[in-house]
Design a protein around this ligand. Structure first.
Ligand SMILES: [Fe+2]
Ligand SMILES: [Fe+2]
Length: 193
């Protein structure tokens, strides 16, 4: 395979060990959806599959594990005590430092899957969108968004970001500035289409 990964079997075991069954199923769902979207929109399906499958490997980490990894991998300290935002950064660090993954686009796709990112690549956008619309998700607009994603990726990405911002505000959760900046970035990109 073209993506460097020192020990794929060990990575699989790591994922199974650390994710509850529903999160594991979600990961397979993101892999499937990201692969499909990559084929449609001209990204590398293998990279999409890999990033989709392993994007949430740190999702099961508690505060202690997350903080330990933030220190170990020298991740921005602002994520201390915030697994909801940190799990994507920690997952990318584990893939890079423990499994030798060196594909920058793959690492960025994992890193930005929670918030999006200004300047996000096609692959990053695909993983971000696939995370929200994979088949195991359950909300009324799911089928509509899946159909839209096959036609206009930027538009569906913008809709998902709007929804994410709305949900974060409603639930009183901390909104990472990156999410708002990423939404502006996608909005600008939509204007030039
Ligand atoms: Fe996640
Ligand atoms: Fe996810």
């Amino acid at each position: 395979m073209s993506i460097n990964c020192t020990n794929r079997e060990d990575l699989e075991n790591f994922m199974v060990k650390h994710l509850k069954p529903s999160r594991y199923e979600h990961s397979l769902g993101v892999e499937k959806m990201a692969t499909e979207l990559a084929k449609i929109h001209g990204a590398d399906p293998e990279k999409a599959a890999f990033a989709g499958r392993y994007h949430d490997i740190a999702k099961g980490f508690d505060n202690h594990d997350i903080n330990h990894c933030i220190m170990k991998y020298n991740i921005d300290r602002k994520y201390m005590g915030n697994p909801a935002l940190a799990h994507s950064k920690v997952a990318a660090a584990i893939l890079e430092h423990e499994y030798g993954v060196d594909d920058e686009d793959v690492l960025n796709a994992v890193k930005s899957h929670t918030t999006g990112r200004v300047g996000m690549s096609l692959l990053e956008e695909i993983v971000y969108v696939a995370d929200a619309i994979e088949d195991n998700r359950d909300y009324p607009e799911l089928k509509e968004l899946q159909a839209e994603a096959r036609v206009n990726l930027d538009l569906v990405c913008y809709h998902i970001m709007n929804y994410a911002v709305q949900m974060i505000m409603e639930k009183g959760r901390e909104l990472d500035e990156e999410t708002l900046d990423a939404r502006e970035f996608i909005k600008e990109r939509l204007k030039v289409e």
